[in-house]
Design a protein around this ligand. Structure first.
Ligand code: ADP
Length: 218
């Protein structure tokens, strides 16, 4: 939920980032117009990667995408898989996909967004980890789950990954039918910073001499 209002996050809660917002909304229209996508013979969207520095609104964007598509939202982080014993990471991946499906059914929604923050921890190039066997199993399971995703009118699951290190991601993850869309979420420019300040101060009293414009510039 949005910190300032306590309600569901929408794209209007994201300041700046207009390019990322537009690209993401355009991709989400594929989730919303599933019949059309099928009619046109377009392969359904399975994964989107949000790429950019921490704290720039990637999680916020993923939540807004869930609201926009009326999907259930499940969040996890690549680092959650770090300390797992052999086989546990892969099992956890299976669980998350199942959970997303179950939660959607419970809430009578026909789509789910599985958000994986710091996905590079999990999706690191295979063989490049000290404890590589475990990471490879976890990554392999993620690929298996994504490859097995089918879209139907009653349920679609979309995985949104966030990372600041696309260069570290195993190329297998970026292939068509996996995370084949990368949306850049960069540092906000001055206009973006002003928007963010306005969003976060909209329900707070400010001293008369506060000029958000100057703060945004600084
Ligand atoms: P990331 O996932 O990129 O690390 P988050 O979405 O978790 O960043 O952002 C952390 C917090 O900072 C958000 O919950 C929000 O309060 C604020 N924030 C960051 N970027 C924006 C933005 N573009 N618009 C509005 N608030 C933002």
């Amino acid at each position: 939920t949005d910190v300032s209002t306590g309600s569901q996050v929408t794209f209007t809660d994201v300041g700046g980032q207009s390019t990322a917002k537009n690209e993401l909304m355009e991709a989400m229209d594929f989730v919303n117009d599933r019949d059309k996508v099928e009619h046109l013979g377009i392969r359904p969207l399975k994964g989107i990667l949000l790429s950019g520095p921490p704290g720039t609104g990637k999680t916020l964007l993923a939540k807004a995408a869930a609201t926009y598509t009326d999907s259930v939202f499940i969040a996890t982080s690549g680092s959650e898989f770090v300390e797992m014993y052999a086989g546990v990471g892969a099992k956890r991946v299976r669980q998350l996909f199942r959970q997303a499906r179950e939660k959607a059914m419970q809430q009578k929604k026909n789509s789910a967004i599985l958000f994986i923050d710091e996905i590079e921890v999990l999706g690191v190039k295979r063989g490049s980890h000290a404890s590589h066997m475990e990471y490879d199993q976890t990554l392999n399971q993620l690929l298996v789950e994504m490859d097995g995703l089918t879209s139907s009118s009653d349920f679609q699951l979309l995985v949104i990954g966030a990372t600041n290190r696309v260069d570290m991601i195993d190329p297998a993850l970026l292939r068509p039918g996996r995370f084949d869309r990368v949306v850049q979420v960069g540092m906000p420019d001055k206009a973006g910073r002003l928007q963010i300040l306005e969003l976060h101060t909209r329900n707070k009293p400010l001293a008369d001499d506060v000029q958000l414009d100057i703060i945004a510039r600084e």
